[in-house]
Design a protein around this ligand. Structure first.
Ligand code: DAH
Length: 347
């Protein structure tokens, strides 16, 4: 029996030390130490030994078992280390390989134009004001002298969130259809002299096509101070248009009507493509409309507690998309909102 045990030890240690995958080690463990393993088979014979022989054999059997166990653990550790070394070798990082270029994003054409307009006004001493896109009818219409019954207030033109009722506490909530409510919000918060521009999104129930979108951007401008006249409005807007379209650009101020300005005007720029002769860019007109403006209506000023004997003001509202389209020769407004990188990459 002693020889048998020694033979098992020899054979097992040999096999274990030569095993080169862990599944092989497990098979060897079962073969030598398992319930039906070789060591167990020898121990089952213990009963045949004399009482004197038994303890020594028992001890030897335990030694063999411990030796096999130790060998299994040691070999398992060696295999693990070898596998790790192999992985480290395979996965080494070659830091000399040139990196993949990182694609940088582009500023959207609308943001480019907006930032430019803001910069021009900031350079003239204006500050930038921002306000809510979800607005009360009171600010979007009523306090801009646009009473109930005006077509702009119809649900067919404006996106209402809640319709409101006669009680002023339940005023209608809507998506602002213009940036003009910012005039009222700023006059409520600030005392004259005021010089602000207020850029932002506006919403109208317009069918999307090459020149319309239910969401677009405007930039509102407003000056309230002593002795402010229409001449200041013309001078300032002419300067702005020259900065945007070049020194030689020609403007035209046409009388118009807006409820919140008196007098009101629309401003056109002579078509830069045909110099006023008429072409496809200006649809044969020779002029391109760029903004609406006027002297702030006394009713609007008074509604904000501004003393109209002391102060007067002018305001304008400009469509940013139109500006961007003219500036970059974009022929379809939809391109501005589709987020196609092939389009956006060009700016
Ligand atoms: N809010 C007007 C619109 O969306 C544009 C406008 C006209 C703004 C005259 C003004 C203004 O501030 O004075 O059509």
């Amino acid at each position: 029996m002693k020889q048998k045990l020694e033979a098992i030890r020899q054979e097992a240690l040999n096999a274990i030390n030569n095993a080169d995958v862990s599944s092989e080690l497990e098979a060897l463990r079962v073969r030598y130490l398992g319930k039906k393993g070789e060591l167990k088979a020898v121990l089952n014979q213990m009963g045949k030994l004399s009482a004197e022989e038994r303890p020594a054999m028992g001890q030897l059997a335990n030694e063999v078992k411990a030796a096999v166990n130790d060998a299994l653990a040691a070999q398992a550790k060696r295999l693990e280390e070898a596998a790790l070394n192999k992985r480290l070798e395979n996965e080494t990082l070659d830091v000399t390989i040139p990196g993949e270029p990182v694609e940088l994003g582009h500023k959207h054409p609308i943001s480019i134009v907006l930032d430019e307009v803001k910069d021009i006004f900031i350079g003239m001493g204006f500050t930038v004001a921002e306000g809510p896109e979800i607005e009360l009818a009171e600010y979007n219409f009523t306090r801009l002298n646009t009473e109930e019954g005006h077509p702009g207030r119809e649900w067919t033109d404006t996106f209402y969130i809640t319709p409101g009722d006669k009680d002023p506490k339940n005023d209608a909530v809507l998506l602002r259809s213009q940036t003009s409510p910012m005039q009222v919000r700023v006059m409520e918060a600030q005392k004259p002299p005021i010089r602000i521009v207020a850029p932002g999104r506006v919403y109208r129930k317009d069918e999307a096509d090459a020149t319309h979108s239910p969401m677009f951007h405007q930039i509102e401008g407003m000056v309230v101070d002593k002795n402010v006249t229409m001449a200041d409005l013309k001078g300032t807007l002419n300067e702005v248009i020259k900065s945007l379209y070049g020194e030689e650009s020609v403007t035209r101020f046409r009388p118009h009507h807006f409820p919140f300005t008196e007098p009101s005007c629309e401003v056109d720029v002579q078509c830069f493509a045909c110099k006023g002769k008429g072409c496809s860019v200006c649809k044969g007109e020779g002029w391109i409309e760029v903004l609406g403006a006027g002297m702030i209506h006394p009713k609007v000023l008074k509604g904000c507690n501004i003393d109209t004997d002391v102060y007067s003001g002018w305001a304008f509202g400009m469509g940013v998309e139109r500006l961007a389209m003219m500036r970059f020769g974009i022929n379809n407004l939809k391109l501005c909102f589709e987020n196609d990188v092939r389009f956006l990459e060009q700016f």
